[in-house]
Design a protein around this ligand. Structure first.
Ligand code: NAI
Ligand code: ENO
Length: 366
């Protein structure tokens, strides 16, 4: 029996999900998007079997509907869906980064022959749009489902089996617990990263050395400040309760550490860093497929003319393909860093071994 899936929004997440769901030949995917050019690209890229900019056409025959738009538009779509003709027994889900508000809103809209189950695939990137969609984006990541107390078990298993096609690890969680935990490990860190960048950006107005010397640790801790501002606006506004709660904890903790600095309390400051290091080192390793940035290799390059050409030629002679190349923080008379992105783990390993053999100082970074 064929399953018809309506993917509402075929950007980074909807497009990546569609690519995974297509792996089952019994799934038929109808793409819906406000951007007609995205539908054309989705069809050309083989993401979807059919596409439309008319919502009723997209959902009329659907067994499963997935809302994959920015969070504010998920509310608007749910509202529209509640006025349209849907197949009895349909399952509606979403991929929004926040869950409690959406689940509650859907609960008020739909009657009992329509089941809404919240969803959140916990992997992504700072890119957006249909062009950025990747089939393996969710591999090994967590895919959270947030059913309510009245969700029929067979509907939950059906959705769970479907999203397992992403090769993500499907877990079930209460929507509020999701917002509290994901708020702490994903949403709040976006505030910290952006705040730190803006603070240093302000200092840079007075002294341009801030920007020039900002490498290493600053880049690592602020990577997520390059994410989509519109998306994160919606996320923070939809997780207000936990953002405010965590903001209070943050302010208190910041005062505590600054007090230790003011007192010159070296023992306690060291304990503070040791505690952080212990927890950080116990974090699960990132696994293959969760984030595309995994296949990056960093190479120290002396400032000799032709050095970068030599490196790419060496890799080329062994047919090692690279997908991106970037020079970081290179200035006259200083050691620069070259970042090379490989297509997969295997090519990264081969490239790393080869460059080590030619005595380059190479390293990976988390
Ligand atoms: N970007 C990320 O890393 C992650 C994002 N999410 C969530 O996934 C959702 C989608 O995010 P992305 O795919 O990154 O965004 P995106 O910008 O790549 O894609 C959103 C798509 O929705 C379309 N769209 C916007 N309004 C629409 C409407 N009213 N009707 C139909 N289509 C509409 C856009 O044209 C676009 O194709 C968001 O709710 C976000 O919170 C979840 C996990 C990771
Ligand atoms: O790049 C990262 O580390 C992310 O933060 C990816 C991400 C972004 C949004 C989500 O809702 C889930 C995962």
């Amino acid at each position: 029996m064929k399953t018809t899936i309506a993917m509402l929004g075929i950007g980074l997440i909807g497009g990546s999900l569609a690519l995974s769901l297509r792996n089952d030949p019994d799934n038929r995917i109808i793409g819906f998007d406000v951007r007609e050019d995205f539908i054309d690209k989705g069809l050309n890229k083989g993401l979807i079997h059919a596409g439309t900019t008319d919502l009723q056409t997209a959902v009329r025959e659907a067994d499963i509907i997935i809302c994959a738009t920015p969070v504010e538009q998920i509310y608007a779509l749910l509202n529209q869906l509640s006025t349209l003709m849907l197949k009895p027994g349909v399952i509606i889900s979403d991929v929004g980064s926040t869950k409690a508000g959406i689940v509650e809103y859907a609960g008020e809209l739909f009657s009992s022959d329509i089941t809404f189950i919240g969803g959140h695939p916990m992997a992504g990137s700072h890119k957006s749009g249909v062009e950025a969609a990747l089939e393996r984006l969710f591999e090994n990541a967590y895919y959270v489902l947030t059913p309510g107390p009245n969700t029929p078990a067979e509907k939950l298993s059906r959705l769970s089996a479907l999203v397992s096609l992403t090769n993500a690890k499907v877990i079930v969680m209460d929507a509020h617990e999701h917002d509290r935990v994901v708020g702490a490990v994903s949403h709040f860190p976006h505030i910290i990263a952006a705040l730190l960048v803006n603070l240093v950006g302000g200092y840079n107005e007075e002294n341009e050395w801030h920007r020039r010397l900002a490498a290493g640790g600053f880049r690592d801790i602020t990577r997520i400040a390059s994410s989509n501002p519109r998306m994160w606006r919606d996320v923070l506004l939809n997780n207000r309760e936990y953002m405010l709660k965590m903001g209070d904890d943050w302010k208190r903790s910041m005062d505590q550490i600054l007090d230790l600095v003011a007192e010159g309390n070296g023992d306690e400051i060291e304990r503070f860093f040791r505690e952080a290091r212990n927890f950080r080192e116990g974090l699960p390793e990132r696994q293959k497929g969760a984030l595309p940035a995994l296949y990056d290799l960093y190479i120290d390059i002396p400032d000799h003319p032709g050095e970068i050409g030599r490196i790419t030629t060496l890799l080329g002679t062994k047919n090692i393909n690279i997908t991106n190349l970037q020079i970081l923080e290179a200035r006259e008379d200083m050691l620069g860093v070259l970042r090379i992105t490989f297509r997969n783990e295997n090519e990264l390993e081969k490239g790393e071994a080869m460059l080590r053999f030619f005595e380059y100082n190479v390293y990976r970074r988390e």
